[in-house]
Design a protein around this ligand. Sequence first.
Ligand code: 3PG
Length: 399
Amino acid sequence: MISSVKLTPSSFTSSDILTRKCSVPKPKFQSLPTIQNVHQSSNPSFSSQKPLYISSIESFSLVTKTQKRAPSTTKCRAYEADRSRPLEINIEFPDEQARFEAAQRFKIGLYFATWWALNVVFNIYNKKVLNAFPYPWLTSTLSLAAGSLMMLISWATRIADAPKTDLDFWKTLFPVAVAHTIGHVAATVSMSKVAVSFTHIIKSSEPAFSVLVSRFLLGEMFPVPVYMSLVPIIGGCALAAVTELNFNMIGFMGAMISNLAFVFRNIFSKKGMKGKSVSGMNYYACLSMLSLLILTPFAIAVEGPKMWAAGWNQALSQIGPNFVWWVAAQSIFYHLYNQVSYMSLDQISPLTFSVGNTMKRVSVIVSSIIIFHTPVQPINALGAAIAILGTFLYSQAKQ
Ligand code: 3PG
């Protein structure tokens, strides 16, 4: 009798871990091999490990009463695997598995904490810069430029491996980059006109845009609870918008356009990236570079160097040299938070990601209200809370 034992912790995905109960599963046994299926195996696979194969077991417990029991002569000869015909019995060892799950949970927690913290810092510096220098097209361009430069340096110095891309890759990336550019500029324009918290309250309604676009443009159907979850999202955002003390139509529309653009960005990236093997970090780097190329001529056309020079000098005279650091911080942190969010997408399911994104908005809304002393009426806060709750219900309903 020939058998192999193989540990399979890698068969778990992080999304499994988040959705699974923490109880340790019972060992799973595949059906035991027979000599017949050994010979029938026409598609041998190879294992990277060197499993211990038990070559022969004599008097090894499964003895019938009628069989003679040899007195203490259990022989178990082992030899290194004949890898041409592996037969696998998957036995998951509870200890290994629990350790693996704990490590994964820690890693994902770390990704989330980093992503939210970087995002909060970006939003604060972005708003500080926009208050002193209201040129969102330039600040959006600088964010993409900083990210592109950082990644080019990382590739050149081999801190990160450059991705292997072809023309096909850049062609499929193009519509994603167009949507990313529009979504990014629109959100920045919004933040230049209204409070950061208001932009993010409106941005929390992104799932509603996702469902409506998927339903009416792509003909996708969703279960009833998904549609129901849109009621608090839309209702909550509407309540927050009508009770917003510093409401501004450009700010509101900017956040709405950003939502729509990011829905298309997600649809295009899902369609285009199937089967491509570029890591999340490098994917986002390429996206930044292409978006930078797309955005630069538009930024020059809409605002232009003359306005930038005048605005820059005025901001410098008001704030002092610190202004330059604020611009650097908003640009660098924009890239970093997006990079971490794309890296965490590699590790978690889209569902977990969208829950994480909702929680990220809560941390941005709360911290920006505190830092900028944004006036909030109770009814306005209620609207925001209903919208966020709706987003959370949406992610549960989608599950
Ligand atoms: C941007 O400038 O691109 C937006 O602030 C992005 O917002 P989000 O990543 O929180 O959706």
